[in-house]
Design a protein around this ligand. Structure first.
Ligand code: BES
Ligand code: ZN
Length: 456
Protein backbone atom coordinates (compact mmCIF):
# COMPACT_ATOMS: atom_id res chain seq x y z
CA UNK A 1 0.00 0.00 0.00
CA UNK A 2 2.87 2.36 0.77
CA UNK A 3 4.02 2.31 -2.85
CA UNK A 4 0.52 3.39 -3.89
CA UNK A 5 0.53 6.31 -1.45
CA UNK A 6 4.05 7.31 -2.55
CA UNK A 7 2.85 7.33 -6.16
CA UNK A 8 -0.10 9.56 -5.23
CA UNK A 9 2.15 11.98 -3.37
CA UNK A 10 4.61 12.22 -6.25
CA UNK A 11 1.87 12.89 -8.81
CA UNK A 12 0.09 15.72 -6.99
CA UNK A 13 0.75 18.41 -9.61
CA UNK A 14 -0.13 16.19 -12.55
CA UNK A 15 -3.51 15.40 -11.00
CA UNK A 16 -4.45 19.07 -10.92
CA UNK A 17 -3.37 19.59 -14.54
CA UNK A 18 -5.46 16.66 -15.69
CA UNK A 19 -8.44 17.72 -13.62
CA UNK A 20 -8.29 21.12 -15.35
CA UNK A 21 -8.93 19.40 -18.69
CA UNK A 22 -12.05 17.73 -17.32
CA UNK A 23 -13.24 21.00 -15.76
CA UNK A 24 -12.82 22.79 -19.10
CA UNK A 25 -15.77 20.91 -20.61
CA UNK A 26 -19.05 22.83 -20.03
CA UNK A 27 -21.23 19.77 -19.44
CA UNK A 28 -24.30 21.69 -18.25
CA UNK A 29 -27.16 19.20 -18.35
CA UNK A 30 -29.92 21.78 -17.78
CA UNK A 31 -29.20 23.72 -21.00
CA UNK A 32 -30.06 22.02 -24.33
CA UNK A 33 -27.41 24.05 -26.20
CA UNK A 34 -24.74 22.27 -24.15
CA UNK A 35 -25.84 18.76 -25.18
CA UNK A 36 -22.74 18.28 -27.40
CA UNK A 37 -20.50 19.32 -24.49
CA UNK A 38 -22.23 16.86 -22.20
CA UNK A 39 -21.52 14.07 -24.68
CA UNK A 40 -17.93 15.22 -25.16
CA UNK A 41 -17.51 15.09 -21.40
CA UNK A 42 -18.87 11.54 -21.29
CA UNK A 43 -16.34 10.57 -23.94
CA UNK A 44 -13.53 12.30 -22.06
CA UNK A 45 -14.46 10.34 -18.92
CA UNK A 46 -14.55 7.07 -20.86
CA UNK A 47 -11.10 7.76 -22.34
CA UNK A 48 -9.76 8.61 -18.90
CA UNK A 49 -11.24 5.42 -17.46
CA UNK A 50 -9.39 3.46 -20.14
CA UNK A 51 -6.17 5.39 -19.43
CA UNK A 52 -6.25 4.56 -15.71
CA UNK A 53 -6.60 0.86 -16.53
CA UNK A 54 -10.31 0.12 -16.19
CA UNK A 55 -11.82 -2.47 -18.49
CA UNK A 56 -15.08 -2.88 -20.39
CA UNK A 57 -15.39 0.88 -20.69
CA UNK A 58 -18.41 2.00 -22.70
CA UNK A 59 -20.98 4.74 -23.10
CA UNK A 60 -24.39 3.30 -22.39
CA UNK A 61 -27.14 5.26 -24.08
CA UNK A 62 -30.28 6.32 -22.22
CA UNK A 63 -33.21 8.42 -23.51
CA UNK A 64 -31.14 11.35 -22.19
CA UNK A 65 -27.39 11.67 -21.62
CA UNK A 66 -25.22 8.55 -21.70
CA UNK A 67 -24.00 6.70 -18.63
CA UNK A 68 -20.25 6.05 -18.65
CA UNK A 69 -19.45 2.53 -17.48
CA UNK A 70 -16.16 0.84 -16.62
CA UNK A 71 -15.05 -2.05 -14.41
CA UNK A 72 -12.20 -4.04 -12.95
CA UNK A 73 -13.16 -7.52 -11.82
CA UNK A 74 -9.88 -9.34 -11.11
CA UNK A 75 -9.93 -9.40 -7.28
CA UNK A 76 -11.25 -12.90 -6.79
CA UNK A 77 -13.05 -13.45 -3.50
CA UNK A 78 -13.05 -9.74 -2.65
CA UNK A 79 -16.26 -7.63 -2.53
CA UNK A 80 -17.43 -5.52 -5.45
CA UNK A 81 -17.83 -1.76 -5.16
CA UNK A 82 -20.36 0.03 -7.34
CA UNK A 83 -18.95 3.55 -7.63
CA UNK A 84 -21.42 6.27 -8.68
CA UNK A 85 -20.69 9.86 -9.62
CA UNK A 86 -21.89 12.48 -12.10
CA UNK A 87 -20.10 14.30 -14.91
CA UNK A 88 -22.79 16.92 -15.54
CA UNK A 89 -22.70 20.32 -13.85
CA UNK A 90 -25.07 23.14 -12.94
CA UNK A 91 -25.46 26.31 -15.06
CA UNK A 92 -22.97 29.10 -14.31
CA UNK A 93 -25.06 32.26 -14.28
CA UNK A 94 -24.64 34.94 -13.04
CA UNK A 95 -21.38 34.85 -14.99
CA UNK A 96 -20.17 38.31 -13.94
CA UNK A 97 -19.84 37.16 -10.34
CA UNK A 98 -17.09 34.66 -11.23
CA UNK A 99 -13.59 35.94 -10.43
CA UNK A 100 -12.13 33.67 -13.13
CA UNK A 101 -14.11 31.99 -15.95
CA UNK A 102 -16.07 28.91 -14.78
CA UNK A 103 -14.59 26.59 -17.41
CA UNK A 104 -10.98 27.75 -17.09
CA UNK A 105 -9.99 26.07 -13.84
CA UNK A 106 -7.64 28.27 -11.81
CA UNK A 107 -5.73 27.47 -8.63
CA UNK A 108 -5.73 30.30 -6.05
CA UNK A 109 -4.75 30.02 -2.39
CA UNK A 110 -4.79 26.24 -2.45
CA UNK A 111 -8.23 25.97 -4.02
CA UNK A 112 -9.10 24.99 -7.57
CA UNK A 113 -11.92 27.19 -8.90
CA UNK A 114 -14.26 26.00 -11.67
CA UNK A 115 -17.84 24.85 -12.19
CA UNK A 116 -17.88 21.18 -11.17
CA UNK A 117 -14.64 21.39 -9.13
CA UNK A 118 -16.41 19.95 -6.10
CA UNK A 119 -19.78 18.93 -7.54
CA UNK A 120 -18.86 16.43 -8.79
CA UNK A 121 -16.00 16.22 -11.31
CA UNK A 122 -13.19 16.80 -8.81
CA UNK A 123 -14.56 14.13 -6.50
CA UNK A 124 -15.07 11.63 -9.33
CA UNK A 125 -11.54 12.30 -10.57
CA UNK A 126 -10.18 11.63 -7.10
CA UNK A 127 -11.39 8.03 -7.37
CA UNK A 128 -10.09 7.58 -10.91
CA UNK A 129 -6.65 8.66 -9.69
CA UNK A 130 -6.81 6.26 -6.72
CA UNK A 131 -7.59 3.45 -9.17
CA UNK A 132 -4.75 4.55 -11.43
CA UNK A 133 -2.27 4.52 -8.53
CA UNK A 134 -3.15 0.92 -7.60
CA UNK A 135 -3.05 -0.35 -11.18
CA UNK A 136 0.12 1.52 -12.15
CA UNK A 137 1.99 0.38 -9.05
CA UNK A 138 0.66 -3.15 -8.53
CA UNK A 139 -0.96 -4.10 -11.81
CA UNK A 140 -4.22 -4.72 -9.98
CA UNK A 141 -6.87 -3.38 -7.63
CA UNK A 142 -7.39 -4.82 -4.13
CA UNK A 143 -11.17 -4.89 -4.74
CA UNK A 144 -13.57 -5.39 -7.64
CA UNK A 145 -15.12 -2.20 -8.91
CA UNK A 146 -17.87 -1.14 -11.31
CA UNK A 147 -18.14 2.53 -12.12
CA UNK A 148 -21.16 4.40 -13.40
CA UNK A 149 -20.95 8.10 -14.15
CA UNK A 150 -24.24 9.84 -14.83
CA UNK A 151 -24.84 12.90 -17.03
CA UNK A 152 -28.20 13.96 -15.61
CA UNK A 153 -27.79 14.17 -11.85
CA UNK A 154 -28.23 17.94 -11.78
CA UNK A 155 -31.53 17.63 -13.64
CA UNK A 156 -33.01 15.04 -11.33
CA UNK A 157 -31.56 11.74 -12.67
CA UNK A 158 -34.73 11.28 -14.70
CA UNK A 159 -33.47 8.27 -16.68
CA UNK A 160 -31.35 6.60 -14.04
CA UNK A 161 -34.00 4.62 -12.19
CA UNK A 162 -34.90 2.83 -15.42
CA UNK A 163 -31.21 2.34 -16.19
CA UNK A 164 -30.67 0.68 -12.80
CA UNK A 165 -33.76 -1.51 -13.19
CA UNK A 166 -32.69 -2.59 -16.69
CA UNK A 167 -29.10 -3.39 -15.64
CA UNK A 168 -29.47 -5.26 -12.36
CA UNK A 169 -27.00 -7.99 -13.37
CA UNK A 170 -24.43 -5.61 -14.74
CA UNK A 171 -24.58 -3.48 -11.59
CA UNK A 172 -24.61 -6.35 -9.08
CA UNK A 173 -22.25 -5.42 -6.23
CA UNK A 174 -21.84 -5.46 -2.46
CA UNK A 175 -21.71 -1.77 -1.66
CA UNK A 176 -22.10 1.61 -3.35
CA UNK A 177 -19.40 4.27 -2.90
CA UNK A 178 -20.17 7.91 -3.70
CA UNK A 179 -18.16 11.11 -3.28
CA UNK A 180 -20.66 13.87 -4.05
CA UNK A 181 -21.14 15.53 -0.67
CA UNK A 182 -19.24 17.79 1.69
CA UNK A 183 -17.07 17.37 4.76
CA UNK A 184 -18.67 18.77 7.91
CA UNK A 185 -16.05 21.52 8.09
CA UNK A 186 -12.46 22.17 7.13
CA UNK A 187 -10.38 19.54 8.93
CA UNK A 188 -13.49 17.56 9.92
CA UNK A 189 -13.97 14.70 7.44
CA UNK A 190 -17.36 13.03 7.45
CA UNK A 191 -19.47 10.14 6.30
CA UNK A 192 -23.00 11.06 5.33
CA UNK A 193 -25.83 8.66 6.23
CA UNK A 194 -28.87 10.65 5.11
CA UNK A 195 -30.00 12.84 2.20
CA UNK A 196 -33.14 14.83 1.64
CA UNK A 197 -35.41 14.07 -1.30
CA UNK A 198 -36.84 16.61 -3.71
CA UNK A 199 -39.81 17.55 -5.82
CA UNK A 200 -39.54 20.47 -8.25
CA UNK A 201 -42.28 22.52 -9.98
CA UNK A 202 -42.80 25.42 -12.32
CA UNK A 203 -45.95 27.50 -11.82
CA UNK A 204 -47.20 29.75 -14.64
CA UNK A 205 -49.97 32.29 -14.14
CA UNK A 206 -51.75 34.31 -16.82
CA UNK A 207 -54.09 37.20 -16.00
CA UNK A 208 -54.69 38.68 -19.48
CA UNK A 209 -53.75 38.05 -23.09
CA UNK A 210 -51.21 40.91 -23.10
CA UNK A 211 -49.55 43.32 -20.66
CA UNK A 212 -51.99 46.09 -19.73
CA UNK A 213 -51.74 49.79 -18.78
CA UNK A 214 -51.80 49.71 -14.98
CA UNK A 215 -53.75 52.97 -14.81
CA UNK A 216 -56.42 51.96 -17.26
CA UNK A 217 -56.86 48.38 -15.99
CA UNK A 218 -55.35 48.37 -12.48
CA UNK A 219 -57.90 47.53 -9.78
CA UNK A 220 -60.27 45.84 -12.22
CA UNK A 221 -58.02 43.02 -13.49
CA UNK A 222 -56.03 40.68 -11.26
CA UNK A 223 -52.27 41.16 -11.29
CA UNK A 224 -50.63 37.71 -11.77
CA UNK A 225 -47.44 38.82 -9.97
CA UNK A 226 -49.50 39.71 -6.91
CA UNK A 227 -51.65 36.57 -7.15
CA UNK A 228 -48.54 34.42 -7.43
CA UNK A 229 -47.00 36.09 -4.40
CA UNK A 230 -50.20 35.51 -2.44
CA UNK A 231 -50.37 31.87 -3.49
CA UNK A 232 -46.74 31.27 -2.54
CA UNK A 233 -47.30 33.02 0.78
CA UNK A 234 -50.05 30.52 1.52
CA UNK A 235 -47.63 27.59 1.13
CA UNK A 236 -45.46 28.39 4.14
CA UNK A 237 -46.03 30.56 7.21
CA UNK A 238 -43.55 33.05 8.63
CA UNK A 239 -41.90 30.54 10.94
CA UNK A 240 -41.26 28.03 8.15
CA UNK A 241 -44.23 25.74 8.79
CA UNK A 242 -45.53 24.34 5.49
CA UNK A 243 -49.27 24.80 5.01
CA UNK A 244 -49.91 22.22 2.29
CA UNK A 245 -52.54 19.88 3.71
CA UNK A 246 -51.05 16.49 4.59
CA UNK A 247 -47.45 17.59 3.92
CA UNK A 248 -46.05 16.37 7.25
CA UNK A 249 -48.07 13.14 7.50
CA UNK A 250 -45.18 10.76 6.71
CA UNK A 251 -42.30 12.71 8.25
CA UNK A 252 -40.23 10.53 10.59
CA UNK A 253 -39.60 12.59 13.72
CA UNK A 254 -36.04 13.35 14.65
CA UNK A 255 -34.77 10.95 17.33
CA UNK A 256 -33.28 12.21 20.60
CA UNK A 257 -30.14 10.16 20.03
CA UNK A 258 -29.50 11.88 16.71
CA UNK A 259 -30.14 15.30 18.20
CA UNK A 260 -27.64 14.60 20.96
CA UNK A 261 -25.02 13.37 18.49
CA UNK A 262 -25.47 16.41 16.25
CA UNK A 263 -25.23 18.76 19.21
CA UNK A 264 -21.65 17.57 19.73
CA UNK A 265 -20.59 18.53 16.17
CA UNK A 266 -18.44 21.65 15.93
CA UNK A 267 -21.13 23.91 14.44
CA UNK A 268 -20.84 27.63 15.11
CA UNK A 269 -23.93 29.59 14.19
CA UNK A 270 -22.20 32.95 14.41
CA UNK A 271 -19.50 31.80 12.00
CA UNK A 272 -22.17 30.31 9.71
CA UNK A 273 -23.95 33.67 9.54
CA UNK A 274 -20.69 35.46 8.91
CA UNK A 275 -19.48 32.98 6.24
CA UNK A 276 -22.65 33.30 4.20
CA UNK A 277 -23.69 36.89 5.00
CA UNK A 278 -26.90 35.84 6.76
CA UNK A 279 -28.30 38.60 9.05
CA UNK A 280 -30.28 36.15 11.23
CA UNK A 281 -30.99 32.45 10.82
CA UNK A 282 -34.55 31.40 10.11
CA UNK A 283 -36.58 28.23 10.40
CA UNK A 284 -39.03 26.08 12.28
CA UNK A 285 -39.11 26.90 16.01
CA UNK A 286 -37.70 24.16 18.24
CA UNK A 287 -35.05 23.00 15.77
CA UNK A 288 -31.37 23.90 15.41
CA UNK A 289 -29.87 24.95 12.09
CA UNK A 290 -28.41 21.47 11.49
CA UNK A 291 -31.74 19.86 12.37
CA UNK A 292 -33.61 22.20 10.04
CA UNK A 293 -31.39 21.38 7.07
CA UNK A 294 -30.75 17.69 7.71
CA UNK A 295 -33.96 16.32 9.18
CA UNK A 296 -36.82 18.67 8.32
CA UNK A 297 -38.61 19.11 5.00
CA UNK A 298 -38.92 22.52 3.43
CA UNK A 299 -40.59 24.54 0.72
CA UNK A 300 -38.51 27.03 -1.26
CA UNK A 301 -39.01 29.50 -4.08
CA UNK A 302 -36.06 28.96 -6.44
CA UNK A 303 -36.94 31.74 -8.85
CA UNK A 304 -39.59 34.34 -9.66
CA UNK A 305 -40.28 36.20 -12.88
CA UNK A 306 -42.86 38.80 -13.75
CA UNK A 307 -43.45 42.29 -15.06
CA UNK A 308 -41.05 45.15 -15.58
CA UNK A 309 -37.62 44.69 -13.99
CA UNK A 310 -35.52 47.06 -16.10
CA UNK A 311 -34.06 50.39 -15.06
CA UNK A 312 -36.49 53.19 -14.29
CA UNK A 313 -40.23 52.73 -13.94
CA UNK A 314 -42.97 51.42 -16.18
CA UNK A 315 -46.61 51.46 -15.18
CA UNK A 316 -47.72 48.06 -16.34
CA UNK A 317 -49.96 45.25 -15.29
CA UNK A 318 -48.03 42.12 -16.29
CA UNK A 319 -49.91 39.49 -18.28
CA UNK A 320 -47.95 36.59 -16.78
CA UNK A 321 -45.97 35.54 -13.74
CA UNK A 322 -43.82 32.49 -13.21
CA UNK A 323 -42.24 30.76 -10.22
CA UNK A 324 -39.91 27.80 -9.85
CA UNK A 325 -40.48 26.12 -6.51
CA UNK A 326 -39.18 22.99 -4.86
CA UNK A 327 -39.69 21.00 -1.71
CA UNK A 328 -36.92 19.10 0.07
CA UNK A 329 -38.26 15.92 1.59
CA UNK A 330 -37.20 13.73 4.50
CA UNK A 331 -37.85 10.07 5.32
CA UNK A 332 -40.58 8.73 4.72
CA UNK A 333 -42.09 11.43 2.48
CA UNK A 334 -42.79 10.18 -1.03
CA UNK A 335 -42.13 12.63 -3.90
CA UNK A 336 -45.16 11.46 -5.94
CA UNK A 337 -47.49 11.75 -2.98
CA UNK A 338 -46.17 15.19 -2.00
CA UNK A 339 -46.42 16.36 -5.63
CA UNK A 340 -50.08 15.38 -5.70
CA UNK A 341 -50.77 17.12 -2.37
CA UNK A 342 -49.13 20.28 -3.71
CA UNK A 343 -51.08 20.22 -6.98
CA UNK A 344 -54.33 19.74 -5.06
CA UNK A 345 -53.46 22.55 -2.66
CA UNK A 346 -52.64 24.98 -5.49
CA UNK A 347 -55.90 24.10 -7.22
CA UNK A 348 -57.71 24.90 -3.99
CA UNK A 349 -56.06 28.27 -3.32
CA UNK A 350 -55.86 29.56 -6.92
CA UNK A 351 -58.36 32.37 -7.57
CA UNK A 352 -60.53 32.21 -10.69
CA UNK A 353 -59.09 35.54 -11.88
CA UNK A 354 -56.00 33.87 -13.39
CA UNK A 355 -55.16 30.80 -15.47
CA UNK A 356 -52.78 28.56 -13.56
CA UNK A 357 -50.50 25.96 -15.12
CA UNK A 358 -48.53 23.71 -12.78
CA UNK A 359 -45.71 21.64 -14.29
CA UNK A 360 -43.93 18.96 -12.32
CA UNK A 361 -40.27 18.84 -13.29
CA UNK A 362 -38.27 16.25 -11.38
CA UNK A 363 -37.67 14.78 -7.99
CA UNK A 364 -36.02 12.13 -5.92
CA UNK A 365 -36.64 10.14 -2.79
CA UNK A 366 -35.02 10.92 0.55
CA UNK A 367 -32.56 8.37 1.93
CA UNK A 368 -31.32 7.41 5.34
CA UNK A 369 -29.36 4.38 6.49
CA UNK A 370 -27.78 3.02 9.61
CA UNK A 371 -24.05 3.48 9.77
CA UNK A 372 -22.99 0.41 11.67
CA UNK A 373 -22.09 -1.79 8.70
CA UNK A 374 -18.61 -3.11 7.88
CA UNK A 375 -18.26 -0.96 4.75
CA UNK A 376 -18.82 2.26 6.68
CA UNK A 377 -16.32 1.06 9.27
CA UNK A 378 -13.81 0.37 6.49
CA UNK A 379 -14.42 3.89 5.16
CA UNK A 380 -13.90 5.30 8.64
CA UNK A 381 -10.47 3.66 8.84
CA UNK A 382 -9.51 4.84 5.36
CA UNK A 383 -10.57 8.43 6.00
CA UNK A 384 -8.75 8.48 9.32
CA UNK A 385 -5.53 7.46 7.57
CA UNK A 386 -6.01 9.86 4.67
CA UNK A 387 -7.11 12.92 6.67
CA UNK A 388 -5.42 12.20 10.02
CA UNK A 389 -8.75 12.38 11.82
CA UNK A 390 -11.67 9.96 12.23
CA UNK A 391 -14.82 11.07 10.37
CA UNK A 392 -17.96 12.39 12.02
CA UNK A 393 -21.35 11.09 10.90
CA UNK A 394 -23.67 13.58 9.23
CA UNK A 395 -26.87 13.86 7.26
CA UNK A 396 -27.11 16.38 4.43
CA UNK A 397 -29.81 18.67 3.13
CA UNK A 398 -28.94 18.06 -0.54
CA UNK A 399 -30.26 15.23 -2.72
CA UNK A 400 -28.74 12.44 -4.79
CA UNK A 401 -31.85 10.73 -6.17
CA UNK A 402 -30.25 7.40 -7.13
CA UNK A 403 -29.07 6.56 -3.60
CA UNK A 404 -32.58 5.49 -2.55
CA UNK A 405 -32.89 3.55 -5.82
CA UNK A 406 -29.67 1.61 -5.13
CA UNK A 407 -31.11 0.66 -1.75
CA UNK A 408 -34.59 -0.23 -2.99
CA UNK A 409 -33.80 -1.84 -6.34
CA UNK A 410 -30.42 -3.45 -5.73
CA UNK A 411 -30.58 -3.82 -1.93
CA UNK A 412 -27.23 -2.06 -1.63
CA UNK A 413 -25.92 0.08 1.22
CA UNK A 414 -24.11 3.28 0.23
CA UNK A 415 -20.98 4.85 1.67
CA UNK A 416 -21.08 8.62 1.10
CA UNK A 417 -17.61 9.96 1.60
CA UNK A 418 -17.41 13.55 0.34
CA UNK A 419 -14.47 15.93 0.45
CA UNK A 420 -16.18 19.17 -0.58
CA UNK A 421 -16.58 21.92 2.02
CA UNK A 422 -19.79 23.67 3.04
CA UNK A 423 -18.44 26.92 1.55
CA UNK A 424 -17.31 25.36 -1.74
CA UNK A 425 -19.97 27.38 -3.66
CA UNK A 426 -21.62 24.39 -5.30
CA UNK A 427 -24.36 25.62 -7.71
CA UNK A 428 -23.10 29.20 -7.16
CA UNK A 429 -20.43 31.46 -8.68
CA UNK A 430 -16.79 30.65 -7.81
CA UNK A 431 -17.28 26.95 -7.09
CA UNK A 432 -14.04 25.52 -5.73
CA UNK A 433 -12.37 22.44 -4.27
CA UNK A 434 -9.59 22.53 -1.71
CA UNK A 435 -6.49 21.01 -3.33
CA UNK A 436 -5.35 19.50 -0.02
CA UNK A 437 -8.71 17.77 0.48
CA UNK A 438 -8.58 16.56 -3.12
CA UNK A 439 -5.15 15.04 -2.49
CA UNK A 440 -6.15 13.51 0.89
CA UNK A 441 -9.29 12.27 -0.85
CA UNK A 442 -7.22 10.37 -3.42
CA UNK A 443 -5.18 8.76 -0.65
CA UNK A 444 -8.31 7.93 1.38
CA UNK A 445 -10.00 6.43 -1.69
CA UNK A 446 -6.97 4.26 -2.43
CA UNK A 447 -6.97 3.03 1.18
CA UNK A 448 -10.75 2.57 1.06
CA UNK A 449 -10.42 0.09 -1.81
CA UNK A 450 -7.77 -1.78 0.16
CA UNK A 451 -9.93 -1.84 3.31
CA UNK A 452 -13.10 -2.95 1.51
CA UNK A 453 -11.01 -5.49 -0.40
CA UNK A 454 -10.14 -7.21 2.90
CA UNK A 455 -13.80 -7.73 3.84
CA UNK A 456 -15.08 -11.26 3.39
N1 BES B 1 -23.77 16.97 -4.80
C1 BES B 1 -25.12 17.38 -4.78
C2 BES B 1 -25.93 16.81 -3.65
C3 BES B 1 -25.45 17.15 -2.27
C4 BES B 1 -25.23 18.47 -1.95
C5 BES B 1 -25.25 16.17 -1.38
C6 BES B 1 -24.78 18.77 -0.68
C7 BES B 1 -24.83 16.46 -0.11
C8 BES B 1 -24.58 17.79 0.22
C9 BES B 1 -25.81 17.00 -6.07
O1 BES B 1 -25.01 17.12 -7.20
C10 BES B 1 -26.99 17.90 -6.25
O2 BES B 1 -26.85 19.09 -6.23
N2 BES B 1 -28.15 17.34 -6.41
C11 BES B 1 -29.34 18.05 -6.70
C12 BES B 1 -30.35 17.01 -7.05
C13 BES B 1 -31.64 17.49 -7.60
C14 BES B 1 -31.47 18.24 -8.89
C15 BES B 1 -32.60 16.35 -7.76
C16 BES B 1 -29.79 18.88 -5.53
O3 BES B 1 -29.65 18.47 -4.37
O4 BES B 1 -30.31 19.98 -5.75
ZN1 ZN C 1 -25.10 19.49 -7.53
Amino acid sequence: MNNVIDFINVNRERYLDELKALLAIPSISALPEHAPDVRRCAEWCADEMRRVGLQGVELIETPGNPVVYGEWKGAEGAPTILFYGHYDVQPVDPLDLWTTPPFEATVRDGEIYARGAADDKGQVFMHLKAIEAHIKQNGRLPVNIKIILEGEEEVGSVNLDNFVKANREKLAADVVVISDSAMFARGVPSICYGLRGLVYFQIDLRGSSTDLHSGVFGGAVANPAMVLAQMLAQCKDRSGNIKIAGFYDDVVPLQDEERKAWATLPFNEKQYRKDFGIPKVHGEPGYTTLERTWARPTFEVNGLLSGFTGEGAKTVLPAVAMAKVSMRLVPNQDPDKIAKLFEDYLAKIAPKTVEVKVTRMHGGKPWMASFDNKYIQAAGRAIEQGFGRAPVFTREGGSIPVVATFQEELGLPSVLFGVGLPDENAHAPNEKLDCGNFQSGIISSAILYEEIGKIR
